[in-house]
Write a protein that binds this ligand. Sequence first.
Ligand SMILES: Cc1cc2nc3c(=O)[nH]c(=O)nc-3n(C[C@H](O)[C@H](O)[C@H](O)COP(=O)(O)OP(=O)(O)OC[C@H]3O[C@@H](n4cnc5c(N)ncnc54)[C@H](O)[C@@H]3O)c2cc1C
Length: 396
Amino acid sequence: MVNLKIFDINDSCTGCGACISVCPKSALALEYNQDGYYYPILDESRCIKCGLCEQTCHVCNGSSTNITEYVPPTHAFMIKAHDKNIISQSSSGGVFSLLAGKIIKEGGVVFGAVYNFDRERLEHTSSDIVEVDLLRKSKYIESYTGNIYKEVENILCKGGKKVLFVGTPCQISGLNRYLTIKKTDRNHLLLVRFVCHGVPSNQFFTEYKHYEENKYGGKMISFDFRPKDKGWGYSCWKMMFDNNKTVFGPYNFFYYYTYFQKNTLLRRCCYDCDRITDNNIADLTIADFWGLAKFRPEIQENEGMSLVLAHNSKGIAWISKIADTCFIEKVPLSAYSYIFNEAKERKKWLEENTRLMSLIREKGYMNVVKHELRTEILKSKIKSIAYKIYLSICGK
Ligand SMILES: Cc1cc2nc3c(=O)[nH]c(=O)nc-3n(C[C@H](O)[C@H](O)[C@H](O)COP(=O)(O)OP(=O)(O)OC[C@H]3O[C@@H](n4cnc5c(N)ncnc54)[C@H](O)[C@@H]3O)c2cc1C
């Protein structure tokens, strides 16, 4: 029996997939655990006990990086693309699309997450495979990385092409550690992480998708966690089916999205994540600038504004490169400290996660969420109808 440390970290595993990419014998694969989160699985017959997987694991080794240059997080900006089309197709201010556009213009490759409807999973892929537009927007599902870090390394090793890689903080830690082990030159790489409060399971999303498909009598052909039909700040969800039905509503009308917003059905390691404050890992951190109203109340922003933290001179250089395509303003430290406040809530969320997961293992995901949320969702719908009646009575 092969005894590997990567299997001892259990709940701390982030499913980043760096061990999969680094294995010289393809002895490891990312597969669902019992709750539908990705974990490495070993084919012992292929394992040569080289230990590369353990050396590469960012959890086994702490968040290790050889990027030593550190710029204090006072280098923060608020950014909003000039292009209205980009804004409407992005989660916040469209900074991802601006960076992606620049990289592609310079002949480079962009890596991000796209939902694959055939395989029913969110997966990391590149603009060599799919249109960059499909990589846009936040998808509140864990993404499958497979061998993606190897693909990044191959492009960087060939030289010449620039690479933009966007992912969760743990995916960025994983890629960073992988490239360190592989001694890959990062000169042409721009590493961007987004502020992430956690990812729900792909399997739960699939079960939920099947539930909605059954309900509406068609195959889901698109979904959007961040439609801006009613503005940036309105948390809602839109899905389309192959029978021409479109369903749109506030997040608390939908089981899956309600739990995402409650933070109680996320991957276990997300409740113990410190990567938000680990500033050295990425070149840039991007986020929704939810603190804008407090920082600049005179800006009535309804279309979306990104918050961008630059961690080194490379990050700052890329911000300068996109500066002519957007509204951009420097932001002080106090304007983004709100990001760190949520950490206090984590213990409460974890307790609720433990309760819910034990119920789900016994009764199944959809049975539990329907039972737990039925009254809450009904109340949200009644409130919404009452509000609409009130508006029509007032003639608004
Ligand atoms: C699971 C999750 C949780 C988030 N939590 C917060 C939060 O708490 N606070 C906050 O301010 N912002 C959060 N964000 C980030 C935010 O929603 C926007 O992604 C960010 O503001 C950038 O917006 P944009 O308009 O520049 O780019 P967008 O066009 O929205 O680009 C988003 C980028 O992220 C990639 N991506 C999308 N979903 C995933 C995924 N599941 N896994 C890996 N990569 C993905 C896309 O490929 C794209 O590169 C979260 C995003 C996700 C996916």
